[in-house]
Write a new protein. Structure first.
Length: 121
């Protein structure tokens, strides 16, 4: 797959599945896991435990998700490791990325208007 195709596909990720250039990442029973059919064939593996993940996307280096239970935007390297918290944010509606940043939108609440946020990678 060419890099440009991978970037386009990853932005189009659904609520519970994300593509990177070498794997399909998904949310399974509260964990971020890879799909064995598209990875190296060694079987699905847990990349990170997550607290009620609801949104996910990936690039060649990281898998990003919103943890509804912790109210945090988090990421972990596609090669594994400890998850990192990128931002505290309630009610994330959507995630997107480009080469330079992660973007997310939030729902309108009584406390805050609907917003768009940007965080450099």
């Amino acid at each position: 797959m060419r890099q440009s195709e991978c970037t386009c596909l990853a932005v189009c990720a659904a609520l519970s599945t994300a593509l990177s250039c070498n794997a399909i990442w998904g949310i399974f029973e509260g964990e971020i896991r890879d799909d064995p059919a598209t990875a190296d064939g060694s079987g699905a593996g847990t990349l990170a435990a997550a607290n009620y993940p609801t949104r996910i996307l990936a690039d060649a280096t990281f898998v990003y998700w919103y943890s509804d239970g912790a109210k945090q935007l988090q990421r972990v390297r596609t090669s594994g490791g400890a998850p990192e918290t990128l931002a505290d944010s309630t009610y994330i509606n959507g995630l997107a990325r480009d080469r330079r940043a992660i973007y997310w939108t939030t729902w309108h609440t009584e406390e805050l208007p609907a917003s768009v946020f940007k965080l450099a990678k």
